[in-house]
Design a protein around this ligand. Structure first.
Ligand code: ZN
Ligand code: ZN
Length: 181
């Protein structure tokens, strides 16, 4: 009974870690970075990036930094998750790391086998094919791990772009007033 309980706790921890990590990474780093920053776009969406660049296996400090900033949300809650299940926390981090590498294999002409694809679609897990759509079009396919984050992320993206437009026009108005004076 004890073992079954530990198993359930470990599974719940893995799920929570990836869910919370992807949520914070998407809404507090990835989407805002696409609106206000240039960093992620240059590093992650730039042309001529090799698989190693995408997969954060390179020693290029900028790529590493983008990877680390995106990965921070996965670590923030580990002290609490650790209390729920240490095994689950470690497994969750390893699975998260595995998924980073896996979702970037499209560049190696990888094709996800049909059963895996069906399994992922069923659980709303982002496949390499789906993540590749985001690399080709920065307005599509958000949710690094879970595809159901795409819809709210799109709404968040639109809202933040409106905020940016608002401040840009205010800035321009101010600037015009100054130059007229
Ligand atoms: Zn990517
Ligand atoms: Zn992106």
């Amino acid at each position: 009974m004890e073992v079954i309980l530990e198993f359930i706790k470990a599974i719940a921890t893995i799920f929570l870690l990836l869910l919370i990590g992807d949520f914070f990474s998407t809404f507090f780093y990835h989407v805002p970075e696409h609106v206000f920053g240039k960093f992620h776009t240059i590093v992650h969406h730039g042309k001529n990036r090799s698989f190693l660049h995408y997969a954060v296996l390179t020693r290029n400090p900028l790529v590493l930094l983008d990877g680390i900033l995106g990965a921070v949300p996965y670590f923030i809650f580990t002290p609490w998750l650790w209390q729920l299940s240490a095994v689950g926390t470690v497994m969750g981090l390893l699975l998260g790391e595995f998924h980073v590498v896996w979702r970037h294999v499209s560049i190696l002409k990888w094709q996800t086998p049909q059963p895996v694809r069906v399994f992922c679609d069923f659980l709303f897990i982002t496949t390499p094919e789906r993540h590749w759509l985001h690399h080709q079009n920065a307005f599509a396919a958000y949710g690094d791990i879970f595809s159901f984050f795409d819809y709210p992320a799109q709404k968040w993206l639109t809202s933040l772009r409106m905020v940016r437009r608002f401040f840009n026009s205010k800035y321009k108005q101010l600037h015009q007033v100054k130059t007229v004076q």
